[in-house]
Design a protein around this ligand. Structure first.
Ligand code: T4K
Length: 368
């Protein structure tokens, strides 16, 4: 019997290597609260990514929530409905109204040409998503933000180590937020990080993730507990040594898919740019009207064959109860609805064997 294949599978270092770190934790009894691995991980991670200041978190959703607090964002924030629901939830938990902007068919990212029309006196920030790690139009978004006095926070959950012209895309905006969830190319079991540009902002973020404590007797704000623990940080240190090989393996799988699927009528692929170093953590395809099966029929067919592809991101966030009353007209989000109806993310992870990739491709080929 053929084994089931899921959209992803976490990559892990050798257990023996992790045990070395566990022994140190057992000996030191430092389990959390800015311990030695946490400190070392922040330093090594910043160097690895080519960013100045980074604060690591127990997960990304809390990092997103704190990023909004750190910049004192209020009122309305322009974002996209084509994302994991955590992006909007982070706004909701801060009593901020998400204002949903349409996306571009070319890359699934916010359509920067539609942002300005959504700005009101209540708007305080823009929160674009780097969907599947695709870079946004940073220049245009920054120009709009400057012209209207808005902050920019990038939900870069998918963009670990993505570079444009050799430089990290995580340096754009006021803040950028990464995810190290188990399903991401770089995982610390769960985890996340905020990238910022100066030490003062990092300090504020660090206080907020530790109940607001500046020192033993001073609380500077209504912080929460969002600290990364020593086990996560230790795993992160080991993963830093491996992640380039994970990305290489995913790129090899990406290339097999790309070559096989690029000329199939009715299958759309997001365009890749030469200037970008991608991390290849997702393999999204668009199942268009002229493919013999609908997206859901293909999804079901793969599932019946033990292939658990996923419809990231369907349904759109605006279809969920907390947000569905916030959409004036679905036609304003025409492209987002279209992409959500066509999207299918095929399995991609370093442990996926090439014959398994062929098995997936053959199931699609049978229909062409
Ligand atoms: N912003 C964006 C744009 C995001 O995409 C996300 C998260 C966030 C913010 C928030 O980040 P975190 O707070 O989570 O760090 C998954 C992930 O849970 C979520 O992190 C991710 N985006 C989202 C796109 O996907 P699910 O509900 O689809 O995951 P799940 O449990 O169905 O896992 C998918 C497959 O992966 C499973 O079928 C099997 C495999 N798997 C999963 C886990 C957790 C494993 O083999 N081992 C595992 O431990 O949400």
């Amino acid at each position: 019997m053929k084994k089931n294949i899921y959209v992803t599978q976490p990559s892990l270092p050798d257990l023996e290597d992790f045990i070395v770190y566990l022994r140190q934790i057992w000996e030191s009894k430092m389990l959390t609260n800015n311990g030695p691995f946490h400190q070392q991980f922040e330093k090594e991670l910043a160097d690895f990514l080519g960013v100045k200041h980074i604060s690591v978190f127990t997960n990304t959703t809390l990092a997103l929530m704190i990023s909004l607090r750190a910049l004192e964002i209020k009122g309305e924030v322009i974002t996209t409905p084509y994302t994991f629901v955590a992006t909007s939830h982070a706004l909701h938990w801060n009593n901020i109204k998400p204002v949903f902007c349409d996306i571009k068919y070319a890359d699934g990212n916010i359509d920067e040409s539609k942002i300005e029309a959504l700005i009101t006196p209540e708007t305080s920030a823009i929160m674009p998503v780097l969907t599947y790690g695709h870079p946004c139009d940073f220049k245009k978004i920054s120009e709009i933000a400057k012209a209207h006095g808005l902050k920019v926070i990038y939900d870069a959950a998918h963009a670990f180590n993505v570079k444009e012209d050799g430089a990290s895309v995580l340096n754009f905006g006021d803040l950028a937020i990464l995810s190290f969830h188990a399903t991401k190319i770089f995982n610390t079991f769960e985890g996340g990080a905020i990238i910022c540009h100066d030490q003062k902002t990092k300090e504020r973020i660090d206080y907020l993730k530790n109940f607001g404590f500046k020192d033993e007797v001073t609380v500077v704000g209504p912080g929460i507990n969002a600290k990364m623990n020593e086990f996560q940080a230790a795993l992160g240190l080991l993963q830093l040594k491996k992640v380039n090989s994970y990305i290489e393996k995913n790129k090899a799988i990406h290339d097999i898919y790309e070559n096989a699927l690029k000329n199939i009528k009715g299958i759309g692929l997001f365009a890749k740019k030469q200037s970008i170093d991608y991390n290849y953590s997702y393999y999204p395809i668009l199942v268009k009207d002229d493919f013999p099966l609908t997206r859901d029929q293909l999804y079901d067919k793969l599932k019946k064959n033990g292939i658990y592809a996923r419809r990231y991101f369907y349904p759109l966030v605006t279809e969920f109860k907390p947000y569905n009353s916030m959409v004036k007209a679905k036609s304003d989000l025409e492209i987002a609805y279209k992409v959500a109806d066509q999207i299918l993310c095929l399995p991609i992870y370093p442990g996926l064997a090439s014959d398994e990739v062929d098995r997936i491709i053959n199931l699609i080929y049978e229909e062409k």
